[in-house]
Design a protein around this ligand. Structure first.
Ligand code: NA7
Length: 555
């Protein structure tokens, strides 16, 4: 029995759609909206019970977006961006989820979204140029195209810590937080992990817990958010200037965030001036701290000046010198892991009910029923919070058994690391698109800017194919090889690969160490994608049923 027969052989007729979309986060919702605009039939499968993707799963205390709310929002509908009132400079997770639900209702998306349903398998029928999709409800569907809108940070990673299953208290993962309120009042809580999720949740949990023990393996750079209520005037300023703000974010800002861009490198200024500039950005707060100078991720000596500034700030904030020293990051350049944006993280360690445990020098040996054992010592806790991150970028794709030409699976193909052309398609998997996948700017950017760009490009591409009667589209090997080499080459002109980050797959034992996102910047990347399309989808081969036809030379 072929893979195809086995998938469809359950006795139920498959439902036929033009497009199957996997995931109803911000990418899947906008994709559906655009496909409907083309008059195509689409089905979105979503494993959660609601829309929102990452913001549906990451409900931990203190969860917030690190991109400002007026920018972390859709731009495709001016009415939407004019109507929606963000309450704070950085939107808290419940508000982002409310926004996602508002969008789903406003554009009447729900009738085409099937919730509580995972896509388990997808098999490409080469003869018919059709994908067969098997879902967790035991049904199958067919579609000309499949779009993976599966998200980059939605596949929570449970750490392999001995004894975790024997712990008698409750265990929570920040990326898979319960929907019911979690109460830590009066409890001794342990938080393992000090990435963005740990750094956001620690100050909030510290206020509730009788005692909080933070287990830190790697200290991280974090910049104060300076979060505040947005005033009507601030909202209005954005709304009036949205055309320019959105244009700038798409075309000029490398990371898709509107801010003033640097005109010089860190070593072009003398000590006092440099310090004054860092101070000004520190006071302003947020991710754009890294935009003070134009060479912070390129030149280690320049990077050191910013890293030293932040280390000094930590020493100023944290009263106990030993704790301050432990909190000062020392094993990676600033920005080579995504910097965190916090509200009172470092000051939280001045509280009498908070302890920092350095598990770099004293690794966790095991979890016993009432404690975390590290360095031969038991730290008693009643509840454990695992802020241990995600199998990022590829994890959610890998969970689906995707079979392309000649039965090759995507997991087999990506065993040595993800290979794509433009992050959008992978050779051997025709008509399968990935949104914000590896090989695209994705997680290095304001995700909504990147999502909208990918969705628009895919929509145009499908429309192009339909108008010309093409049934299948596939990246060429030559184009893919060149793109993979380019992504890699650009990454290694920066300091990013020096960190053991999730960008590199370094947080997952056994995952290949490849710098996954494209670091060339959203503006340059958009231009490349537009040029490819303008040249008749250069580097892709398109075929019609009757007559295989290569549209363009494969560069
Ligand atoms: P991250 O950034 O991957 O952080 C995970 C943290 O958990 C990090 O401090 C890890 O230490 C730590 N970790 C992971 N596994 C273990 C084990 N086994 N033992 C001890 N400590 C461990 O995930 P986040 O959820 O915080 O943030 C992800 C992104 O979401 C973030 O970048 C923003 O873009 C939003 P390590 O550094 O590996 O030594």
């Amino acid at each position: 029995m072929s893979a195809l027969q086995s998938i469809s052989g359950k006795g139920q007729p498959a439902e036929a759609y033009d497009v199957v979309v996997v995931g109803a986060g911000f990418a899947g919702m906008y994709m559906l909206h655009r496909l409907r605009g083309l008059g195509l039939s689409a089905r979105v499968y979503e494993q959660g019970s609601g829309v929102g993707g990452t913001w549906y799963w990451n409900r931990y205390p203190g969860a917030r977006c690190d991109v400002e709310s007026m920018q972390y929002s859709y731009s495709f509908s001016d009415e939407l961006q004019q109507d929606w009132d963000w309450s704070e400079r950085y939107a808290p997770q419940p508000e982002i989820l409310k926004y996602a639900n508002h969008v789903a209702d406003r554009f009447n998306l729900r009738p085409d979204i099937q919730f509580n349903t995972r896509v388990d398998r997808a098999v490409f029928d080469e003869a018919a140029n059709i994908w067969q999709v098997a879902t967790s409800d035991g049904k199958t569907a067919t579609a000309r195209f499949v779009v993976l809108a599966t998200g980059c940070l939605s596949n929570a990673r449970m750490p392999d810590i001995k004894g975790l299953d024997r712990f008698k208290g409750k265990v929570y993962h920040t990326g898979h937080w319960p929907h019911d309120p979690v109460e830590f009042t009066g409890l001794r809580v342990g938080v393992i992990g000090t990435g963005s999720s740990g750094i956001q949740s620690v100050p909030v949990i510290a206020e509730q817990a009788s005692h909080l023990t933070v287990f830190q393996r790697t200290a991280n750079f974090s910049i104060p958010a300076r979060n505040a209520k947005l005033t009507a005037e601030e909202r209005e300023r954005f709304r009036t200037n949205y055309p320019e703000i959105r244009r700038f974010a798409r075309e000029e800002a490398r990371n898709g965030i509107y801010t003033d861009l640097p005109d010089r490198g860190a070593l072009d200024d003398g000590d006092n001036e440099r310090r004054a500039r860092y101070e000004q950005r520190w006071q302003r707060g947020g991710l754009t701290f890294m935009s003070v100078y134009n060479n912070l991720v390129l030149d280690k000596a320049a990077n050191d000046t910013a890293a030293n500034f932040v280390r000094e700030k930590i020493a100023e904030i944290v009263s106990d010198p030993q704790t301050a020293k432990l909190l000062q990051p020392n094993n990676h350049p600033i920005g080579s892991k995504r910097i965190c944006v916090d509200s009172d993280y470092f000051a939280t360690f001045n509280r009498a009910n908070v302890t920092l445990v350095d598990i770099r020098s004293n690794p966790i040996e095991e979890i016993v029923p009432n404690a975390v054992r590290a360095g031969g010592k038991d730290y008693e806790v009643d509840a454990l919070v695992l802020a241990t991150g995600f199998d990022a970028m590829t994890g959610s794709v890998a969970k689906i058994d995707i079979s392309g030409r000649q039965g090759q699976t995507l997991n087999q193909k990506w065993a040595e690391g993800p290979k794509t052309y433009l992050g959008l398609m992978s050779v051997g998997f025709p008509n399968l698109f990935v949104i914000t996948g590896p090989g695209s700017p994705s997680v290095l950017s304001n995700m909504i800017v990147s999502i909208e760009q990918h969705v628009d490009w895919i929509t145009d591409c499908i429309s192009f194919m339909r108008d010309r009667g093409f049934e299948a589209m596939e990246a060429t090997k030559d184009a893919e090889d060149k793109w993979v080499a380019h992504v890699n080459e650009v990454a290694y002109t920066t300091l990013y690969p020096q960190a053991n980050s999730w960008y590199m797959g370094a947080n997952i034992p056994g995952k290949p160490r490849i710098f996954m996102p494209y670091i060339g910047g959203v503006g340059a990347y958009r231009q490349i994608c537009n040029d490819v399309a303008a040249k008749g989808y250069e580097g892709f081969a398109m075929t019609s049923a009757a007559r295989p036809q290569k549209l363009a030379a494969s560069s």
